[in-house]
Design a protein around this ligand. Sequence first.
Ligand SMILES: [Zn+2]
Length: 235
Amino acid sequence: MQKRIPIISNIVDLIFPNLCPACLSEQPLHNHFVCLNCLSDLPFTHHYQNTLENELAMAFWGRLPLSGAASILYFSKDGKAKQLLQRIKYEGRRDIGIETGKIMGHYLKQSSMIENIDLIIPVPLHPRKKAKRGFNQCDLLAQGLSETTGIPTDFNAIIRSRNNPSQTSLSRENRFHNSQSLFKVTNPEKVNGKSILLIDDVITTGATLESCGRELLEAGCANLYISTLACGELI
Ligand SMILES: [Zn+2]
């Protein structure tokens, strides 16, 4: 099987020329995951500079006890964070997912919270959705983050027990109830006493992260941290 890998990557190169994933231009990438124009133009949040008091951390005040939180980019309707996520999720660009995870790691390594973390856990997709897409984009982000920081990842510690219906049509209160018990910790020993970094691609209402985080805390997680690639308007 191993001998086939170079052939496969050549085919991938043919199908997907080396375009910048954020602006789709043929700008040289210079070993970065996006071109230099995009790198200087990406909407960075700088949350990593204060992981206790930023928009993401504050969005969970009174909802979930977090030891720290940081998004890397701001998400907007026509923004570059959305374009990156579309490349990963809908064009199946796993390579961009992993590279983006490495960028998350690059910024989180500059935060005070990273040295406390024992384990990285990506928010799981429902198995049916994962089977349809072929992968969970949060797994790719976690993989890249793990490669950069050296912190291990567990992809099976928590599973999604059911799909949540579209949340946009629900009131905030109903969203809260709707998100209850979406997740199940498979083996509490894996998370008991650990400081865990929970990873999601983008946060909108926070209901999914809240539900997943609560399950981890109830299973004995000692300190819970959250990081997302992108965040919309939260407060
Ligand atoms: Zn670009």
